[in-house]
Design a protein. Structure first.
Length: 512
């Protein structure tokens, strides 16, 4: 078992969500949350006893909402709902994402508007605590009415149906329940619907994208600062006065980071009186582009923090007045827009990085040896590493096409406009892997360029990064098998090792 923390439903900050994503956790619910859960469950019981028609409690679903279900069939109704909706396909979601989905589902249900029993939420808590992760196929949700198919696979595990993953091993769901000290659940009225309605899958995937985008951003700022020194570029474009005059907050913050990173560089001091007036845009306009990306990341973080703490199933129960209200909180449009926004930032971060690599390998632009290697001709150096970066950037451009502009009617046109949020968020992982490889190549290229300026040294901050690179990847003196170097550098980007070098706080690293 990993970390244990107390949760007050609806008040989970981004920093804690990141920790849940990164390592196993156990959650303890607040007493006030349990009181709301019990009150909501009691309201469902009263509705069933009185025989009042309430959608999802004693009626069919979607187009069948007008069909009344006899009381003796309500358990079968909820069971059938999970079984019929567990229609996902594709590879299983990673354990880290499933862990986050479980936590988000608990957080939403504990708000007390869903009508589920304390026993059901305790079952979800037990799965999380014992690291029993339902096997959830990645494909099958259109982002409304909730992430139905993937969440049905999660819920089916509580019935002893499907598979789980424990310590990387696939096991039957019944074995997983036993590992968590649970028996097969018999669902009460409303509970199956509460489990499958909601945006927890798309939100978890988008949060994973956010956390990766923050790490990518930090790595790209470090790589960009190193490239400035490798090029013997000017630091004048980072002057605070330029950015204050424009007033864009992300730009102002990022420019400050570049100034701090380059401060004290002997390489910069060696050419302070050079005649070069302006560097290429990919160097000179880093605060403008990366600052705009930071603003997008911050906006996405605000949206996803709200969604992670939201109630997104349907119908919702309001115990104060005894009301059951049908609405559309399951529609994941905010998540879809957030994911599409992140895709734009990821694509641009990689694109800008690739352009800096292209400058560094071009002797006419950089003044460095061709393709950053001595005895070029015999050696090809970074020639094809730059081509790989270009290929990945172009691939990301295609993947970044917005998903939220698409929709397709479902459920016999009852659900006639959907968000595509799950697809929008799921594709971020692939984009992040592509961009991480691009930034990794730039880190290697920039370190190589700095080596050619010896004995002059870069700034203390960047020399620390350079030393870390050289501790794992040697100077490129002659052609060698390049792929392991790129994989190592990509792993640095994905690891988040560079965020502490930035003064600018990133949303999930700052308490969220």
């Amino acid at each position: 078992m990993g970390d244990i923390f107390n949760l007050r439903a609806g008040h989970c900050p981004l920093a804690r969500l990141r920790r849940i994503y990164e390592r196993p956790v156990a959650i303890r619910l607040d007493a006030g949350d349990r009181a709301r859960i019990d009150a909501s469950s009691a309201l469902v019981d009263r509705i069933v006893e009185q025989g009042d028609a309430a959608y999802g409690i004693n009626t069919g679903f979607g187009l069948l909402a007008q069909t009344r279900i006899p009381t003796e069939q309500l358990e079968q109704l909820q069971r059938n709902l999970l079984l019929s909706h567990a229609a996902g396909v594709g590879e299983a979601l990673p354990d880290a994402v499933v862990r986050l989905i479980l936590a988000l589902k608990i957080n939403a249900l504990a708000r007390g508007h869903s009508g589920i029993s304390a026993a059901l939420i305790d079952g979800l808590l037990a799965l999380l605590e014992h690291e029993v992760y339902p096997l959830i196929p990645a494909q099958g949700s259109v982002g409304a009415s909730g992430d139905l198919a993937p969440l049905a696979h999660l819920g089916a595990v509580l019935l002893g149906i499907g598979q789980v993953r424990i310590g990387g091993e696939r096991l039957p769901a019944a074995d997983g329940l036993a590992r968590a000290g649970l028996t097969v659940f018999r669902l009460r009225a409303k509970e199956g619907l509460a489990l499958i309605n909601g945006t927890q899958v798309s939100t978890a995937l988008a949060l994973a994208g956010l956390f990766g985008a923050e790490d990518l951003f930090a790595s790209a700022v470090i790589a960009g600062a190193m490239s400035v020194d490798a090029l013997k570029g000017s630091d004048a474009p980072f002057d605070a006065r330029i950015h204050i005059a424009r007033r864009q907050p992300g730009q102002i913050d990022v420019a400050s980071d570049y100034r701090q990173l380059i401060r004290g560089s002997e390489i910069r001091a060696s050419h302070v009186d050079c005649t070069r007036v302006q560097d290429p845009y990919s160097f000179r306009c880093q605060p403008q582009v990366m600052g705009a990306c930071l603003d997008l990341i911050r906006n996405v973080a605000a949206t996803l923090r709200l969604e992670a703490n939201a109630v997104t199933d349907n119908p919702l129960l309001f115990t104060d007045g005894g009301d059951v209200l049908s609405g559309g909180n399951f529609h994941a449009e905010p998540v879809a827009f957030a994911a599409d926004t992140l895709a734009l930032a990821i694509a641009e971060i990689g694109s800008l990085s690739e352009r800096r690599i292209a400058v560094l390998v071009d002797p006419k632009m950089s003044g460095l040896p061709p393709f950053l290697v001595q005895n070029s001709g015999v050696n090809s150096g970074f020639m094809i590493a730059q081509v790989t970066a270009a290929a990945l950037v172009s691939e990301n451009k295609g993947i970044a096409t917005p998903c939220s502009v698409d929709s397709i009617p479902t459920s016999a046109n009852q659900e006639d406009h959907v968000s595509m949020a799950t697809h929008a968020a799921r594709r971020l992982s692939r984009m992040l892997d592509n961009a991480a490889a691009v930034i990794g190549v730039e880190l290697l290229a920039a370190a190589q360029g700095i080596d050619f300026h010896r004995p002059a040294r870069s700034s203390p901050a960047l020399e620390c990064v350079h030393a870390g690179i050289r501790s794992e990847v040697a100077f490129y003196a002659a052609d060698r098998y390049f792929a392991p170097d790129i994989e190592a550098a990509s792993a640095w980007v994905r690891s988040g090792r560079f965020h502490s070098l930035l003064a600018t706080p990133l949303p999930s690293r700052a308490g969220g």
